[in-house]
Design a protein around this ligand. Sequence first.
Ligand SMILES: Nc1ncnc2c1ncn2[C@@H]1O[C@H](COP(=O)(O)OP(=O)(O)OP(=O)(O)O)[C@@H](O)[C@H]1O
Ligand SMILES: [Mg+2]
Length: 278
Amino acid sequence: MVEPVERQPDAAASSNAYANVAESAALAMRGDQLVKRFGAVTALDGVSFTLGKGEILGILGDNGAGKSTLVKILTGFHQQTSGTLYVNGQEMLLRSVDHARALGIECVYQDLALANSLSIYHNMFLNREIVRRGPFRLLDHARMRELAAQCLDDIGVHVPSVDLPVERLSGGQRQAIAVARAVHSDAKILLLDEPLAAMGAREAALIIDLVLRLKEKGGLSIIMIMHNYAQTLDIADRIMLMQRGRVTFEQHSAQTSVPELMDIVRREYRAMRSNGAH
Ligand SMILES: Nc1ncnc2c1ncn2[C@@H]1O[C@H](COP(=O)(O)OP(=O)(O)OP(=O)(O)O)[C@@H](O)[C@H]1O
Ligand SMILES: [Mg+2]
């Protein structure tokens, strides 16, 4: 059984709940003391985390806490200033998004990148279009339509037609397409940056349902950045709280609660104010 770990912000060698089995095959990913600086700004100030295989890790935290920066390092978009990342137990410096993708790491970004004027199926095969055999390398639209429809069906996303331009979909449906695209690419590790941002209850339910079904299918480890505590506790196996570039708390969802999380955040604010920090 893993003991709860509440971290002191200045615990230099702070590790994580799985430290003893750090190189264990049970981990899809592990970060050790990741630091990221943008000039004078320290976005990540020694972040350590683990992601178990088949696990959903929910990351909570204030605006500017460093959540997106962490995800962008895990997806190869940024490189850490220092610290070590392990993928499937192997030390790995992710050189680019393509490098991360080749390792089965896919991301749905906060400012998500769908081409709104293109159809659903075009979007699902953006940058990995299927071409017909033969000298002209013509796009195989029929095959892409068929596979897109099948993939959406597999994961329970219902759209009237895969020929619809994405701009005709609701925000929730668009997110679902972005998630479907990431999953379709055979992702082993899926990173979702605020998939429920600006969504109504029904749309959020669609994405939550989709993520839970993906988990049931197995073989996928997921990191979700979230804002809503209750939703996070519902969907994630484990939660991690980030504040000012550090991990200040982590716990199994079943062993914490919204009041406990609120309390930790309040305590942090009080400590910050009395230290005169900004
Ligand atoms: N490319 C960049 N260049 C300079 N500073 C950056 C860059 N990206 C992020 N930062 C800074 O790093 C800090 C962390 O930003 P980040 O986007 O990771 O926060 P976040 O936790 O995702 O916040 P939010 O909840 O608002 O999305 C912020 O102070 C931000 O201004
Ligand atoms: Mg962010």
